[in-house]
Design a protein around this ligand. Structure first.
Ligand code: SAM
Ligand code: SF4
Ligand code: SF4
Length: 341
């Protein structure tokens, strides 16, 4: 059914389309203060009605068209992707696509542990788990729903036991909140099998009250880690990898630092994003997206979808992080929980 991948699809800056992030829901059981603060995402918040969210069939069809255009990596995200009932069914549908891409999941790791095995059995290839601190009080204050770190640690252990290798662990570092958790986290994950990735706090959306002063820079993160760990830089695994990689030369543990704010990597950005309601965004910081739900529900053929994606990508000029200023941080961008990380 699918045509041969078109390796040559490039945007105006010569960047290929390799990576598709799919937000399967805008809902979440956490209220991380840097992502879905309770004051905004409270009881009255209007999440997308069910009918506005892409069905599994629509997502799988769209993913197939992206794969036919050269996309090699699919990442399921949200909101919290495990809030979407029966996510395993979608994973199996994606894994069955011709030219099947690598399928990754980013989750807060708060669901029953048996889900780890069922996700693996469905065809999930990579597991990324978010955990911002090992300290009970700090983690609970960040997820803002009183969720303890031990349960997320158990999800990470279960993921390793199920054969996800490595398991990536994402830690957003925010000044004055969890910067003292840096070293305890690095000590805890100081072994091969997990890759801890420190992420600079970003000005995604416009509800998290971002200020440059809240960013702990990649340089500072590295300096703090180096006070007790011998870290040597590693080459990128592939062009467009977002994390700077380091290896602890004593233990062999790998860590990553994602310097999206202080050392932007737009030049290699090969990622597109589909929001839960089917809009295509070509940048995490985009203000608007292209409505693919309308195309899917309006009877578009695969060729029509291919032409629409090609049209959007070939016009792409995004390099928000390279142009970031105090003014751009205030623009009405789309929320992280809507577009996915
Ligand atoms: N709910 C899932 C989770 O938390 O892993 C998936 C969605 S979440 C939006 C994806 C990733 O974005 C998480 O690792 C989260 O920590 C990160 N994130 C959210 N808001 C952020 C911000 N303002 N700056 C940097 N990273 C952020
Ligand atoms: Fe939910 Fe993930 Fe955002 Fe936290 S970072 S509120 S877990 S979507
Ligand atoms: Fe890619 Fe936009 Fe992030 Fe730059 S700012 S790396 S273009 S998502």
């Amino acid at each position: 059914m699918m045509t041969e991948p078109t390796a040559s699809l490039q945007d105006t800056l010569g960047r290929a389309l390799r990576d598709l992030r799919i937000s399967v829901t805008d809902r979440c059981n956490f209220r991380c203060t840097y992502c879905m603060p309770k004051e905004v995402f409270g009881r009255d918040y209007a999440f997308l009605p069910h009918a506005e969210v892409l069905t599994f069939e629509e997502i799988a069809r769209l993913a197939g068209v992206f794969i036919s255009l050269g996309t090699r990596k699919l990442r399921l995200t949200g909101g919290e992707p495990l809030m979407r009932r029966d996510l395993e069914t979608l994973i199996a549908m994606l894994a069955a696509q011709d030219g099947a891409a690598d399928i990754a999941l980013t989750t807060n790791g708060s669901f029953p542990l048996e889900r780890v095995r069922s996700l693996k059995a469905a065809g999930l290839s990579r597991m990324t788990v978010s955990l911002d601190s090992l300290d009970d009080a700090v983690f609970k204050s960040m997820n803002d729903v009183d969720f303890p770190p031990e349960k997320v640690l158990a999800w990470i252990d279960e993921s390793r036991a199920a054969g996800f290798d490595p398991v990536k662990v994402n830690m957003v570092v925010k000044r004055g909140l969890n910067e003292d958790s840096l070293l305890p986290m690095a000590r805890h994950f100081n072994q091969p099998g997990t890759i801890l990735r420190f992420i600079e706090f970003m000005d995604v959306g416009h509800t998290n009250g971002w200020r440059m002063d809240d960013v702990v820079s990649a340089k500072e993160i590295l300096r703090r880690l180096q006070t007790e760990m011998p870290l040597e830089p590693l080459d990128a695994n592939y062009r467009g990898e977002v994390a700077q990689r380091y290896r602890n030369s004593e233990t062999g543990a790998e860590i990553g630092i994602v310097a999206s704010v202080t050392q932007p990597f737009c030049g290699d950005c090969n990622r597109a994003r589909i929001s839960a309601d089917g809009k295509l965004f070509t940048c995490l910081f985009a203000i608007g997206g292209t409505d693919f739900k309308a195309l899917l529900r309006g009877g578009a053929s695969d060729d029509d979808l291919r032409a629409a994606i090609t049209g959007v990508w070939q016009k792409r000029v995004d390099r928000y992080s390279e142009l970031r200023t105090a003014q751009t941080a205030d623009l009405p961008k789309v929320e992280m929980s809507f577009i996915g990380g």
